[in-house]
Design a protein. Structure first.
Length: 384
């Protein structure tokens, strides 16, 4: 056992390259990763690729699951490039409505639309001389995809409401957590844009496929939250280490950070045990056990415990996402006719029944407006 623990300690020491988000507090409540290490052999191969492509101006496409650190990869490419002294701008394409995303990307002139009382610089112009990171590029509407392709080809942008083109010198790094090739086949993503942004594909494996990064990340987050919580770094029980290495981490690095944060909040000793992690058993991450989730420890009037419970909810959400992915993969293996309509209709019908046919409650449950819900209920002939 001593030799085994010594190897784990050596694994901690192997985190030679740690990338940290410049503003960790900005991602503390998001699904993004705040740190990335290159200790696992697969991660070291990824680092070698990054170092090779960084000095070029080639457009890169970072492909990886949510929470794996795609933005950190983009930032590291920028930091190693000849553009390092220029700006790095990051935008999530899924964070804006279809009507707003073009004005955010390309900017607009005063009077371009109702409410445009002043001109505004878009993200492309803001990143001039540097790097623009477009996260979740697969969420862009097709009308915007056409304009983005033109910008990449012509190296200039035209603000909304203007006829004058503005030259730009921007390196684009895009990212996605969806299969863009499938989106191309389905007609949701332009094939010409896909090949334009995939000059250099960068595959970022999920955390479960680079286990050598887990313990160095644990050490990093223990140090981070030791300082924030003004506590000592606890030891890890052997069974805790084993669970950390065996758990599949459906929420990737983001989930790991949440688990460590929560463990430090609720631990009552100088050693972290599996119960402090609050992780579900690996076998519990199955869809035939939809209620399987980490236990919630409740203590009245304890602010630290409330924070731990919030982190617990995020961890549960990651596990539920992992369960859903398994169901989808089963459907994809033998897809029924009209799969999208089947999934959508089943979701709406069940949510409506669960809410006792209350439209307000159903809309709130699904996170959509009542008008959108009513339209869908009419299409399904659930209401007149």
């Amino acid at each position: 056992m001593h030799a085994e623990l010594w190897n784990y300690e050596r694994a901690f020491e192997s985190a030679d390259h740690v990338i940290i988000h410049p503003d960790p507090n900005a991602v503390s409540l998001s699904v993004r990763a705040s740190a990335l290490v290159f200790s696992d052999p697969r991660s070291q191969g990824l680092l070698n690729l990054i170092e090779k492509i960084a000095t070029s101006n080639a457009t890169a496409l970072v492909i990886g699951e949510t929470g794996t650190g795609k933005e950190l990869i983009a930032r590291h490419i920028h930091a190693l490039s000849n553009r390092r002294n220029g700006p790095f701008q990051a935008i999530n394409c899924g964070a804006f409505s279809e009507t707003l995303v073009e004005s955010e990307l390309f900017g607009y002139e005063r009077g371009a639309f109702t409410g445009a009382t002043t001109a505004k610089t878009g993200w492309f112009e803001s990143a001039n001389g540097g790097t623009l990171f477009l996260d979740e590029i697969g969420d862009l509407p097709q009308s915007t995809q056409v304009k983005l392709l033109r910008v990449l080809q012509e190296r200039e942008v035209v603000r909304l409401g203007s006829r004058k083109a503005t030259p730009i010198d921007v390196r684009l790094i895009a990212a996605t957590n969806v299969d863009l090739e499938e989106a191309v086949r389905a007609g949701r993503f332009r094939e010409d844009l896909y090949y334009r942004i995939k000059v250099v594909p960068v595959d970022l494996p999920p955390l479960r496929e680079r286990p050598g990064d887990i313990l160095p990340l644990v050490e990093h987050f223990l140090n981070v939250y030791k300082s924030r919580l003004h506590t000592d770094i606890p030891k890890l029980a052997p069974e805790t280490i084993q669970q950390l290495l065996e758990y599949p981490w459906p929420g990737n690095i983001r989930e790991l950070e949440n688990v460590i944060h929560r463990a430090l909040l609720i631990s009552t000793s100088g050693t972290l045990f599996p119960r402090d992690l609050g992780l579900p058993a690996v076998g519990a991450l199955r869809l035939d056990k939809p209620d399987a989730r980490p236990p919630v420890f409740t203590t009245h009037h304890n602010p630290g415990q409330e924070e731990a419970n919030q982190l617990e909810a995020q961890t549960s959400s990651s596990s539920e996402s992992y369960q859903l992915e398994h169901v989808f993969k089963q459907l994809f293996a033998s897809p029924p006719p009209g799969l999208f309509e089947l999934v959508n209709a089943t979701l709406v019908r069940n949510a409506y029944a669960f809410s006792n046919h209350n439209q307000v409650h159903t809309a709130k449950l699904l996170g959509i407006s009542r008008n959108i819900l009513r339209t869908r209920l009419k299409e399904l002939k659930l209401i007149a």
